[in-house]
Design a protein around this ligand. Structure first.
Ligand code: GAL
Length: 365
């Protein structure tokens, strides 16, 4: 085991921070700010208990992407049992963006209140004046209550009939009571109370507009939802994409004016094949292009034993993007590993293959 990081990426290996401790920032994302990269992610503890949040969101910073300094806990779970982020809740996939008008750092995350499994399907929001925190928890909710998706025709914007309501009662996870996925029912069921929101990402477009992407409708359908100008709440404009395709773990980026989305299938902690999708307009139409992994067999069937969490644009290099993924270890959550791989464009399609080790000079080619 290394105690100091090398001048290279070693996907799947232990990744020591500046103190020689394996980086603890799972389901993470990176924000480039003031000449440094900041990596935010779930701080996990040992054992299965680590699948719940006992500490909070950890942040590290780096100037070169290989060597990371521990900058502590950005958002701490609460000791107050009444807080939605009380210790023992599930707090996943935190992402941070900077709002230039308010000068605040805004964190969104997937939140499940303590003791209720994954039935909450809430989005949490926290804010800070300094990038490393402390972040102050603001609120949590199911997004877009009382708002219809923009790509649903007016004729379909209807509350459920009593018969439809009976069909979907209690259905909130795949594998629920119905033998099919009711893709025309769940967003209507959740219209009044807000849409379910689990795996999530944030994306800031070139024009400064920010978007929240989340796995909704019992994970079966992704939503892309515009944020308010201060990034603190939904702006009331959203679309449903890929209804019934069960995309999870969304990670969005933009290259040469086109929007790309890397995501996974829906198999919990177990790895499955990644998917790459493209759109000319962020609100669609979106097209699935297949599996972005280069290789064969188990490697591409499991996304190199990992699940997407973020696509990191390398600062100062127009065409350099890093696929960031988690190799989860739900039996010993703290030992989850990171799989970072360089994206290559083949006929305009982002793809990535396995490297035991690689360096940023990969992008010089
Ligand atoms: C995964 C998801 C993770 C976590 C896990 C729980 O599909 O991407 O963030 O929620 O399920 O089983």
């Amino acid at each position: 085991m290394n105690t100091i990081a090398d001048n290279c990426f070693r996907p799947g290996d232990l990744w020591p921070d500046d103190r020689g401790v394996h980086i603890n920032a799972h389901g993470g994302g990176v924000l480039f700010h003031g000449g440094r990269y900041y990596w935010f992610g779930e701080h996990k503890i040992a054992g299965e208990a680590g699948n719940e949040a006992h500490v909070g969101v950890h942040v590290y910073w780096s100037a070169d992407l290989y060597h990371w300094q521990d900058a502590g806990i950005a958002l701490a779970v609460s000791d107050d049992h009444a807080s939605p982020i009380t210790r023992g809740c599930i707090l996943e996939r935190p992402k941070v963006i900077f709002n230039p008008s308010t000068q605040k750092f805004v964190m969104w995350f997937h939140l499940e209140p303590k003791g209720a499994g994954y039935t909450g399907a809430l989005s949490g929001v926290a804010v800070a004046d300094h990038i490393t925190g402390p972040y102050r928890f603001l609120t949590c909710f199911r997004p877009n209550a009382g708002v219809w998706p923009e790509n649903v025709p007016a004729a379909a914007r209807l509350p459920l009939s009593p018969a439809e309501a009976a069909h979907v009662a209690g259905l909130d996870l795949p594998g629920g009571p119905l033998p099919y996925y009711p893709k025309h029912l769940l967003f209507r069921r959740d219209f009044a109370g807000g849409q379910m929101a689990r795996d999530m990402a944030l994306f800031v477009d070139d024009d400064g507009a920010a978007y929240h992407l989340y796995a909704s409708e019992a994970n079966g359908t992704l939503h892309i939802s515009r944020l308010s100008d201060d990034f603190l709440e939904p702006a009331g404009h959203y679309v449903r994409i890929f209804p019934g395709r069960f995309h999870e773990a969304p990670a969005m980026f933009k290259q040469q004016g086109r929007y790309f989305l890397i995501s996974s299938g829906c198999t919990g902690w177990a790895a499955n094949p990644a998917r790459i999708s493209v759109a000319e307009n962020i609100f669609g139409p979106w097209e699935e292009l297949g599996n972005p992994c280069l290789g064969s067999g188990k490697q591409i069937a499991t996304t190199f034993k990992s699940q997407s969490t973020f696509v990191l644009p390398v600062h100062g290099r127009a065409e350099a993007f890093i696929f960031m993924a988690d190799r989860w270890n739900p039996q010993d959550a703290i030992d989850g590993r990171y799989v970072w791989l360089p994206i290559e464009f083949h006929h305009g399609v982002p793809m990535f293959g396995w490297h035991d080790r690689w360096e940023l000079s990969f992008f010089d080619k």
